[in-house]
Design a protein around this ligand. Structure first.
Ligand code: T4K
Length: 378
């Protein structure tokens, strides 16, 4: 057990020697970016690991979302949820599209398909659901609705690295899925991301590939208003190394999650993450909901108590993106009451592969003690 500061997560890294070995040949080639050899090696290995046929690597998960939306050439309104990281909503707005916020399901916090259909108008062009915390959206129902109204489905799959649903890669659902390989994720390439897409989309892949490189078609032709969203060779090399250890990392995260469940189960007023049937999880987050009516203690008090012990949990995802200062004038938080309820009560507890089980016990003891459930630490 450490008495060091504990953050909500800690980046997984390979042995330094392994990384040095992987980047050595960059000193021979002097090729550091612009879709070099590491980039291609990483892409092929990832495609194999994730079981996806079409993929482009990106500089980060946000640019994956933003450029994928641009390449889809969407217009008008996009239905999404506000219970997510800033990136999802920003990517929509930065494309000149209007986010229309749908509420979330109380069990797994994904988009509520029972409330989705009534938000569709003749301006709706797409649905952007989030597999939040690695919980899988109701993919079949979303597809049924999308097919009925001719809408594109782009999943924010930032939290789902390596997950499968009914034996299929999560990226197999919808038209496009965007991953994040940020340092804080289950799997990282320092910064990074990927767009996976269905072979139903004809021009999309080429258009996306160009958009991530300034819209360049050839040395003398530029046919798109692109950005620079290329993954560099050092990030790709980190991804290659981390991919070698990912199964072990996920197994270690599972041990931590199992211990949390054991320690916090059956406490009235505490809601632990749901276990969805048919999902192979990656154990990305451990969101716990504290009901102050039952517990007599608020989520914020738990957060502060942990912080006083130098344990830094996070309020992912509070506030709702619809409550951000830059959006507040445009949206009414009361439109998504379930999302509002959970954003005020959820706390994501520290979770990473090397978090000691004794530290999990200590975190739980501190929480229980605050709830006056008879533990020693105060
Ligand atoms: N869509 C969704 C649903 C997302 O959650 C995200 C990102 C995106 C899209 C966009 O993907 P990217 O463009 O980021 O690839 C963090 C991450 O920066 C962000 O990637 C993530 N979601 C979000 C949920 O969490 P912050 O601002 O909370 O991170 P920060 O810097 O406070 O770090 C949290 C903790 O992680 C630190 O306390 C310690 C640890 N840490 C952090 C860094 C940067 C490390 O151990 N190593 C590190 O290098 O946003």
């Amino acid at each position: 057990m450490s008495k060091q500061k504990i953050y909500v997560t800690r980046s997984s890294m390979p042995e330094l020697s392994e990384y040095i070995e992987e980047i050595k040949d960059i000193w021979e080639t002097h090729w550091m970016t612009n879709m070099g050899a590491k980039h291609e090696k990483f892409r092929h290995r990832l495609q194999e690991y994730l079981g996806v046929e079409h993929m482009h690597l990106m500089v980060n998960g946000h640019m994956a979302l933003e450029l994928a939306l641009q390449a889809l050439k969407l217009t008008g309104e996009v239905i999404t949820t506000p219970f997510t990281f800033a990136s999802t909503t920003h990517a929509i707005v930065r494309n000149g599209l209007t986010p229309v916020f749908c509420d979330i399901r109380p069990d797994d916090y994904t988009i509520d398909t029972e409330k989705l259909e009534r938000l569709i108008t003749d301006r709706t062009s797409a649905i952007v659901p989030v597999h939040v915390y690695g919980n899988i959206c109701q993919v079949e129902e979303i597809q049924r609705i999308a097919d009925k109204y001719g809408l594109v489905v782009l999943y924010d799959a930032a939290h789902t690295f390596g997950e499968t649903y009914r034996g299929n890669s999560v990226a197999a659902f919808g038209d496009v899925s965007c991953y994040s390989f940020h340092a804080t994720k289950v799997f990282n390439s320092i910064e990074g991301g990927a767009v996976c897409y269905s072979d139903r989309l004809n021009e999309f892949g080429l258009s996306l590939f160009r958009l991530k490189n300034f819209g360049i078609r050839s040395e003398t032709e530029v046919d798109g208003v692109g950005a620079n969203a290329k993954m560099n060779e050092f990030c790709a090399a980190m991804g290659i190394c981390n991919l070698r250890h990912i199964d072990e990392e996920i197994a270690k995260r599972k041990r931590v999650v199992d211990r949390y469940r054991e320690c916090l189960q059956d406490i009235s007023g505490i809601k632990l993450p749901v276990v969805q049937p048919d999902v192979k999880y990656n154990y990305a987050y451990f969101p716990v909901v504290f009901d102050e009516q039952v517990l007599g203690v608020t989520r914020n008090e738990i957060y502060m108590t942990l912080a006083a012990h130098e344990i830094y949990s996070r309020k992912y995802f509070y506030p709702l993106t619809s409550q951000f200062e830059c959006y507040r004038q445009r949206f009414t938080e009361g439109d998504t009451p379930v999302a509002l309820y959970f954003s005020k009560r959820v706390l994501t507890l520290p979770l990473y592969a090397d978090l000691a089980l004794a530290d999990v016990d200590r975190i739980c003891d501190i929480i229980k003690s605050k709830l006056q459930l008879g533990n020693k630490e105060g």
